[in-house]
Design a protein around this ligand. Structure first.
Ligand SMILES: Nc1ncnc2c1ncn2[C@@H]1O[C@H](COP(=O)(O)OP(=O)(O)OP(=O)(O)O)[C@@H](O)[C@H]1O
Length: 255
């Protein structure tokens, strides 16, 4: 699904991402972990097209995408969420998801604005599809509530539904558990697994180690921009180098 070949990103003299290579196979949940400043966000921005690598190739379904604009990469079937919750005020949960779906609509913005008959059916389809996504993520009961008034965990689910509305093949989740309590985190874990089981490949960056260990099929560990390990969770938990960088941070792997 995704392949990084010797990807580097320099900011002046700093190598934020340094010669990183790995693959994400179709149908898996893969996590990127590492201490603060390890280069995780930079790596995500390189993949989604928000940054251009200094060197190296990024292949999405066999096609080189490094340097492409984010909307072109999105149109190829990659969707992402952001670290900070990013929902519009004044929109219901359902409308928030419909916005994501409109990106794909054929009728386009102007036809929609003038309420042309040709768009009615499409509008109804978008509404139905968006509702299905809310149901799939267990938040249908909040469809008509203002999205920004919901609990954090529910807002995260709305964001995921919005990202799924573009029908991506690969979903990038940037710290999906950030700011959530343990119950909400457990719920998000369940949703991510469900998304994977729908056949969507998931790549996530996450600080919450128990979430990563619970749901990931494979983990890549970054430290100072370099990949220091890549393996299944049980092997990562026992990897001496990984333990060393996390103990240095006063965190326990798999805690
Ligand atoms: N636009 C930028 N210009 C200069 N330096 C940057 C820029 N973006 C990131 N960096 C630096 O690159 C390094 C990697 O940062 P990055 O945010 O990718 O790490 P991270 O692993 O996501 O950290 P965190 O877990 O704290 O989010 C850091 O040293 C950071 O200060």
């Amino acid at each position: 699904m995704l392949e990084l070949q010797s990807v580097s990103k320099r900011f002046g003299g700093l190598r934020a991402v340094d010669d990183v290579s790995f693959q994400v196979r179709e149908g898996v949940i893969k996590a990127v972990i590492g201490p603060n400043g390890a280069g995780k966000t930079t790596l995500f921005n390189l993949i989604a097209g928000n940054l251009t690598p200094t060197s190296g190739q990024i292949l999405f379904q066999g096609r080189e995408i490094q340097g492409m604009k984010p909307h072109r990469i999105a149109a190829l079937g990659m969707s992402r969420t952001f670290q900070n919750i990013n929902l519009f005020h004044g929109m219901t949960a359902l409308e928030s998801v419909m916005v994501g779906r409109h990106v794909r609509s054929r009728a386009g913005f102007f036809a929609g604005m003038f309420h042309l008959p040709s768009t009615w059916r499409e509008e109804r389809e978008i509404r139905e599809k968006s509702m299905e996504l809310l149901e799939m993520l267990d938040i249908a009961e909040y469809a008509d509530m203002e999205a920004t008034s919901l609990a954090f965990g529910q807002q995260r689910a709305v964001e995921m539904a919005r990202a799924l509305a573009t029908e991506p093949k690969l979903l990038l989740l940037d710290e999906p558990a950030a700011g959530l309590n343990i119950y909400e985190t457990a719920e998000v874990a369940r949703l991510i697994t469900r998304i994977r089981d729908m056949g969507i490949t998931v790549l996530l960056v996450e600080h919450d180690m128990s979430l990563v260990m619970d749901i990931s099929d494979e983990i890549v560990v970054l430290s100072f921009g370099q990949k220091i390990a890549e393996d299944v969770p049980s092997a990562i938990q026992q990897n001496p180098e990984v333990i060393k960088i996390y103990l240095g941070e006063d965190e326990e792997v798999g805690a």
